[in-house]
Design a binder for this molecule. Structure first.
Ligand code: COA
Length: 331
């Protein structure tokens, strides 16, 4: 049977750097509060005119180059994002057009911070069933333009950043190589604990001036509630992957979690008894880039030489839905 192996990773963040001090000028917050509660120091936000497709395309080019492949070698595209450059069609189609590979199927996954893990799991199954050979999996987000940048929205506004990460996943005949197992979960009972309600088709018409003028246009979160669930679901997802394959926490060379909050990452490390030097963290630079955070972290870890041939690596995510999951892979 074929296995699905990542052979190239890339990432891109917009040039504009927004510091905590910049946010102090927009809302009642402080560098100290943000650092202490989240670990975030800067994030990158797009300038007007930049699109999710731009970010995704730049990350894709880097991943393709590192994989030694050309756009025309890709036979399936999966893009995970919360937002879209347009209400429809999905970002995958815009990226495919930019890559100039008409006819290649493109699919979108809207599973928030767990999107990249879901997308990799889908890629894994299409490769295992020998449907496709080279799949491009992208996590790409623009969060900044949808945030309430007043004091009213400060709990969310300080957390999120823009960016994209990409992975080229290819079929290999090598046993015990590439993606070893994937585990996906959701619990829609908590959908409104972290969500963005509008624009919504349950309104007639689906967007009105009143909605735009109200604070309900912005994403909402019960921060403590989300925090509590995240610190239990991340370890559960990692343990599930280890138990399914017979490995233990000690066997892991690296954990690449979704970058939600440094305090969540540290709590997860403590719960599992993993030292922080085995956990990739870059939230101080980028904030929470939702579906893009895992591939950005993976690409940086690879650049820094922290990922070596044969390493056992666990990716884990938790996010809106609630959704969560893990991917265990042998690099
Ligand atoms: N700057 C300054 N003060 C802020 C603030 C900000 N950006 N955001 C909220 N506050 C205030 C609150 O209004 C509250 O004030 P009060 O005590 O006067 O009412 C106080 O800080 C404490 O708020 P609370 O929400 O209890 O803080 P917290 O310790 O739970 O930290 C989060 C808030 C958002 C950092 C934290 O709950 C969190 O990280 N949750 C998970 C979020 C997440 O990861 N979401 C994405 C999941 S993928």
């Amino acid at each position: 049977m074929k296995n699905a192996r990542i052979i190239g990773v890339g990432h891109y963040v917009p040039e504009r750097v927004v510091t905590n001090h910049d946010l102090e000028k927009m809302m009642d917050t402080s560098d100290e509060w943000i650092r202490e509660r989240t670990g975030i120091v800067t994030r990158h936000w797009v300038r007007e005119g930049e699109t999710i497709t731009d970010l995704a395309y730049n990350a894709t080019n880097m991943a393709l180059e590192r994989a030694g492949l050309k756009p025309e070698d890709i036979d399936f595209i999966i893009v995970a994002s919360i937002a879209g450059d347009a209400q429809f069609p999905g970002n995958g189609c815009f990226l495919q057009a930019r890559m100039e590979i008409p006819g290649v199927p493109a699919m979108d996954i809207r599973n928030a911070c767990s999107g990249f893990v879901y997308a990799l799991a889908v890629a894994d199954k299409f490769i295992k069933t020998e449907t496709y050979r080279n799949i491009l999996v992208v996590g790409a987000e623009i969060q900044s333009t949808g945030l309430d940048l007043s004091t009213r929205g400060r709990d969310m506004a300080v957390l999120f950043g823009d960016g994209a990460g990409a992975a080229v996943v290819t079929a290999t005949d090598e046993p015990d190589r590439g993606i070893l197992t994937t585990h996906l979960h959701a619990d829609g009972r908590y959908a409104t604990k972290l969500w963005s309600e509008f624009p919504s088709v349950i309104n007639h018409p689906y967007i009105t001036h009143e909605i735009v003028d109200s604070d309900r246009i912005y994403p909402k979160m019960e921060g403590r509630y989300v925090f509590k669930h995240a610190v239990s679901k991340f370890p559960e997802a990692i343990m599930e992957a280890l138990e399914a394959t017979g490995y233990t926490v000690e066997d892991l060379d690296l954990v690449i979690p979704h970058q939600a909050n440094q305090r969540i990452t540290e709590a997860v490390a403590q719960k599992l008894g993993i030292s922080m030097d085995k956990i990739v963290s870059n939230i101080h630079k980028y904030g929470n880039t939702t579906a893009a955070s895992i591939p950005i972290a993976m690409s940086e870890a690879w650049e820094e030489g922290r990922i070596k041939d044969g390493d056992l690596i666990c990716l884990a995510a938790f996010g809106a839905g609630f959704t969560w999951g893990s991917v265990l892979l042998r690099w």
